[in-house]
Design a protein around this ligand. Structure first.
Ligand SMILES: Nc1ncnc2c1ncn2[C@@H]1O[C@H](COP(=O)(O)OP(=O)(O)O)[C@@H](O)[C@H]1O
Ligand SMILES: [Mg+2]
Length: 422
């Protein structure tokens, strides 16, 4: 790092410097003008550090000079960016907020971002949230992407109430999120459960908007999964209905745009927008690595704000384990009135066993195993580092010194904790 030279980059108006950190780290500093990274303004003469694997764009509306340091850094300037289109989307949302501000019978915007994987959906959500915070608004960011969501660990959907810009390096403050546990990284693992949780989340958000005027005016910005075909498409349509969105931005997928125009009610404005040339296509392996990294971050924090998780033993008898989804019974065996799908959303007890090793468990606020477990927001997550059948204990990795509840929900997500590798 020390031998790396400072590269001074002069950026013209409406251009962006795209940076990929292939090795080591990159240090970025705004030395003149004004610039932003995904909607968060850079502070002049402040050094920002980006780790290996980071992929960012420093955009300027007015022109700027930026210093970049890092020997394993690839960067280039582009004047073809969709930022002005995204700014126009923001302006349209702001119009809706102004109406809501003057007339309490109106509400703020509800916009959903859809498109295949790696087209910049999460990034555009971040930009739109940041721009609205910069106007003094308090939007709600909803993340329905159970694979690459940014609010909590993979396998969840949730929301955060935003009132400050995303930190350039750390992202939005997710310290008090609203999180539902889905327990798998793709909706296809349990479509009825996915649909049910989307509706539940929409209901909770509606309640918030009914009592919090700032949230109601700020509106809802919804990120979605990149699964846009077949059942994945149906999930998007259901989500648009559940959140009663009035606009949908389709990034980079004409067929999806046409299908949604056909299938969503005519009052829903559907916009087709290009993806940025800076977005990166990620392989399946990269995606899995990012999920693992997300869980690591949940327990251990980041380089600039480290967390110290705890490991401790709990007796089998001190926890109540549950999973969502039971074996499917033949229709003839179902109780009267039960639907064939019900088994997918059934909460059933699980006996502790060695199969729990490396499992991510969601902590339910419930005191017993019942159907209530399903619809409650979770308190957090732990990982099973070891199972000792003889001693009848589990060794748990946890952000807290003790479990806040004894009801734990088994997910299909695994995480191998560094501490289990000697
Ligand atoms: N304009 C851009 N320049 C460089 N990288 C970008 C740009 N926009 C997005 N990215 C990067 O591309 C990757 C994919 O974007 P993301 O928003 O995660 O896509 P999606 O949510 O659709 O999968 C991310 O690493 C993001 O940081
Ligand atoms: Mg995303």
């Amino acid at each position: 790092m020390s031998e790396a030279e400072v590269q001074e980059k002069k950026l013209n108006e409406d251009t962006e410097l795209r940076i990929v950190v292939n090795e080591g780290e990159a240090i970025v500093e705004l030395v003149d003008g004004r610039a932003e990274i995904f909607g968060s303004e850079l502070v002049k003469n402040k050094k920002y550090l980006f780790q290996k694997g980071s992929r960012i764009a420093i955009f300027t509306y007015e022109g700027a000079t930026v210093d970049v340091v890092g020997s394993g850094v690839h960067s280039y300037t582009s004047d073809e960016t969709p930022m002005v289109i995204y700014l126009n989307t923001h302006a349209a949302l702001e119009q809706i907020r102004k109406v809501a501000e003057c007339d309490p019978s109106h509400r703020g915007p509800r916009i959903m971002l859809v498109g295949p994987t790696d087209v910049g959906k999460s990034t555009v959500c971040r930009i739109l949230c940041n721009y609205s915070v910069r106007m003094g608004r308090s939007p709600i960011l909803v993340d329905l992407d159970v694979g690459q969501g940014e609010i909590s660990v993979p396998g969840t959907m949730g929301a955060i109430f935003i009132n400050k810009m995303a930190d350039i390096m750390e992202g939005f403050d997710c310290s008090r999120p609203l999180v539902f546990n889905f327990g798998a990284t793709t909706p296809s693992e349990n479509l009825p459960l996915y649909d049910l949780l989307v509706k539940e989340l929409a209901e909770v958000i509606n309640q918030r908007c009914a009592v919090n005027r700032d949230s109601n005016i700020g509106g809802i910005i919804i990120n979605t999964c990149g699964w846009v075909h077949g059942d994945g498409y149906q999930c998007l349509v259901s989500a648009a209905e559940a959140f009663e969105v009035e606009s949908v931005v389709v990034i980079d997928h004409e067929r999806l745009y046409n299908d949604l125009k056909r299938d969503l009610p005519s009052f829903v404005k559907i916009l087709h927008q290009p993806k940025s040339g800076g977005t990166e296509t990620r392989s399946k392996e990269m995606r899995a690595a990012m999920r693992s990294e997300r869980i690591h971050r949940y327990f251990y924090g980041t380089a600039s704000s480290r967390l110290n998780p705890y490991t401790f033993e709990v007796n089998f008898s001190d926890v109540l384990l549950a999973k969502i989804g039971a074996e499917q019974l033949p229709e003839s065996c179902l109780p009267f009135g039960a639907k064939i799908d019900d088994h997918n959303t059934k909460v059933v007890g699980v006996k502790p066993s060695s199969s729990l090793i490396h499992c991510l468990l969601a902590i339910s606020p419930s005191t017993s195993i019942s159907q209530n477990v399903l619809k409650e927001t979770v308190l957090g997550f732990v990982v099973v580092n070891q199972v000792n059948d003889e001693a009848q204990t589990l060794t748990i990795l946890s952000p807290q010194q003790e479990l806040p509840s004894k009801v734990l929900i088994v997910t299909s997500i695994k995480f191998v904790d560094d501490r289990t590798i000697e």
